[in-house]
Write a protein that binds this ligand. Sequence first.
Ligand code: SF4
Ligand code: SF4
Length: 267
Amino acid sequence: MTTDQLRDTYTGRISSFQNTTRHHTRLMNYLALLRLIMLVVLVWLIVLGVKHHQSLFYLGSGLAAAGFLFLVSRYNRQKDLRTLNTRLRELNELEISCLDHQFHSRPDGMEYADSSHPWSHDLDLFGKGSLYQFLNRTSTLKGSELLAGMLTTEPGDMETIGKLRASFEKMLYVHCTRCEYCMPCPHGVNIPFNFIMLNEAKWFGEVTPPMRNWYNSFSQIEEEALKTLNGASHLCVECGECLKKCPQKIPIPEKMKEVSEIFSIQK
Ligand code: SF4
Ligand code: SF4
């Protein structure tokens, strides 16, 4: 993909996330108004109930309380979705800044600089404007340590490089790069993370308990998955939306079936 194509992709996503955020904000305003009205009705019914000692008012106030709680939960759901969309928009804005070489606000990995390392200082691997700062998209300590380790480990001779390459090929049953161009899935499936599961299961030749726990931590019902965008593979309905977006041409729906089979067969 060229830089311009990448920029168009990120810009399109930003606009889509902005529209979705506006939609959630409108719904939140609407729900907040309804919630206020419901609260007023609730208080009014309670007052009437106390004044007239009629059970009808108490029944009505019970219904109003249930309605009020329902509206609170719908409001909170919209709020979570709006936060998620805002974060996704920010991530795409970050990618555009990195394309423009504006990456100097990112963590620079200075903590990994080692003056005794044979070449990391000469190559400006860490620190302001370094390769680490340009490449870094990690969000966990383990991820940033892994990236630093990859940058500072000598590749060895050609034979070692060949072996490493072969083992990476073996590990990657599905050649997913986690670019997330296929996301969001309209049914909430977390496509790249399900592929991590599949690759690990193939690599180990079995579903280990930590894998099982991780898979179980995915959202298992669509309503929740649409909120978290972290849905399990079985939520895939084979709509094919993701197929046209994947630069690796992975047959995603077919592979999602495979993930589901592996994780249900080996329970
Ligand atoms: S084919 Fe499956 S994974 Fe792909 S977008 Fe449709 S539901 Fe999501
Ligand atoms: S677009 Fe393809 S390579 Fe990228 S995360 Fe999705 S499945 Fe993986």
